[in-house]
Design a protein around this ligand. Structure first.
Ligand SMILES: NC(=O)c1ccc[n+]([C@@H]2O[C@H](COP(=O)([O-])OP(=O)(O)OC[C@H]3O[C@@H](n4cnc5c(N)ncnc54)[C@H](OP(=O)(O)O)[C@@H]3O)[C@@H](O)[C@H]2O)c1
Length: 289
């Protein structure tokens, strides 16, 4: 059946690309670079969904430090459609046509000559380069250094939702907010906005590994979800206190991990402690892996 079947994963930002089994895996390894695969690509900026085209293109060949993956799931995050809209022109994409999406899970079906840690049959999660994209396809190559094993208890769709969103949350907390995830360090009050979203739900869980008190905002429908992730207090962003980012326990924040849409500084300022900082993740670029 063509085109491929799409289905939503449990992660709100993850879109699973289900590839029908065709028994051609080993043949694809032998024929990488010649064998034809199906993919979705765009060939100019803009155009939204109508600009995405189903195409048939050659299976890529892995370089010496790369693995060839039969993709099982691909996550689409906001930066992918921002690239299509041209927010990073002229740097991204490197060239047209461009196969979008960079967060993938799949099975290793071939390895470059210098790859040491993976072999055919391994189930993995990988992040691809934003320069070249490649996630919305049946096969793609990934750097060995940006590939990790996927344990059996993690589904392909859940694994594909991890890389950019998870690394963004990790960097924001550890490098920008100074949280030590081993629980050492001074206690800090953290606010995480849009805590039910792709980045926010990782940020809550990671923050609670540190010595933190976490206040979170989200929609009313997700309050119990965000509490279950470990947040100490959760605000519905549609209530007056939620819109004002006011901690129910009266805390002032040492750091805000801001994942919701743009707020004026006057909303943050009265809620910050001395030396409090706002780490705004809503700007252009994601963390580069
Ligand atoms: N995803 C990534 O990998 C990534 C990486 C770097 C930067 N970013 C940036 O980070 C931001 C968030 O991305 P995301 O992928 O986490 O978004 P997302 O998965 O689309 O989640 C957005 C969340 O925003 C919540 N929300 C909407 N209005 C809100 C408000 N006024 N206050 C608090 N929460 C509100 C919604 O909550 P309810 O559903 O509960 O209503 C929803 O869960 C975007 O600007 C994105 O460009 C994302």
């Amino acid at each position: 059946m063509y085109p491929s079947v799409y289905s939503f994963s449990p992660n709100p930002i993850a879109l699973a690309l289900s590839i029908p089994e065709d028994g051609a895996v080993l043949q694809a390894v032998k024929m990488a670079g010649k064998h034809i695969m199906r993919a979705v690509q765009f060939d100019s900026y803009g155009g939204g969904a109508a600009g995405l085209k189903h195409v048939e293109v050659p299976v890529p060949t892995p370089n010496k430090d790369e693995v060839l993956l039969k993709l099982e799931a691909t996550a689409v995050n906001p930066f992918d459609w921002k690239i299509q809209n041209g927010v990073a022109r002229p740097f991204l994409p490197r060239k047209f046509p461009y196969i979008p999406a960079t967060d993938v899970a799949g099975e290793v079906i071939g390895t470059g000559s210098e790859v040491k840690n993976f072999k055919a049959g391994d189930k993995v999660v990988a992040v691809l380069s934003h320069l070249n994209g490649g996630g919305l396809a049946e096969y793609d190559v990934a750097k060995e250094s940006l590939t990790v094993d996927r344990p059996p208890e993690v589904s392909a769709a859940a694994g594909a939702g991890l890389p950019v969103a998870g690394v963004t949350a990790h960097h924001a907390l550890t490098k920008s907010a100074g949280i030590k995830l081993d629980g050492s360090g001074q206690q800090k009050n953290i606010l995480i906005t849009a805590a039910s979203g792709g980045v926010g739900h990782y940020a809550v869980q990671l923050a609670k590994l540190g010595n933190t008190h976490v206040t979170a905002t989200c929609g009313a429908r997700n309050i119990e979800l965000v509490k279950s992730l470990g947040a100490d207090e959760v605000l519905d962003y549609k209530t007056p206190d939620g819109a004002a980012l006011r901690s129910p326990s009266g805390r002032k924040y040492d750091a805000v991990i801001h994942c919701a849409s743009a707020f004026p500084w006057s909303t943050f300022e009265p809620n910050l402690g001395a030396n409090g900082k706002v780490i705004d993740l809503t700007l252009l670029a994601p963390v580069q892996c």
